[in-house]
Design a protein around this ligand. Structure first.
Ligand code: SF4
Length: 97
């Protein structure tokens, strides 16, 4: 029996360790810059995420069920569908993007 998903969460998406996460899309970058989580040089500044954690996040990807493609975990983390990360999985709200 699997645990019931939290309210508003549609998918449980497994986080995969990879050599190098897929490139962030230009849209994702623009979004990150607009919310102050990336500087103009493309350096990430995620609030509350240590450099060590960030390094790990850059080596993770998810197979996004909404976009139907592999995306960098960093992109997933800042996605408006991102609910939380629990034991190697993303709780995704699953709304159309
Ligand atoms: S949070 Fe966004 S990027 Fe991550 S799996 Fe859900 S829709 Fe895809």
């Amino acid at each position: 029996m699997s645990e019931p998903l939290p309210e508003g969460v549609k998918y449980l998406v497994k986080i995969n360790p990879v050599e190098k996460a897929p490139k962030l899309t230009d849209e994702a970058k623009a979004e990150l810059i607009s919310v102050g989580m990336m500087d103009e040089k493309g350096k990430l500044k995620l609030k509350g995420v240590s450099p060590k954690m960030l390094k790990r996040m850059k080596q993770e990807s998810v197979n996004c069920p909404v976009l139907s493609k592999e995306v960098a975990f960093v992109q997933c983390y800042v996605c408006r569908n991102f609910h939380s990360r629990v034991s190697g999985q993303v709780y995704c709200k699953g709304d159309p993007l």
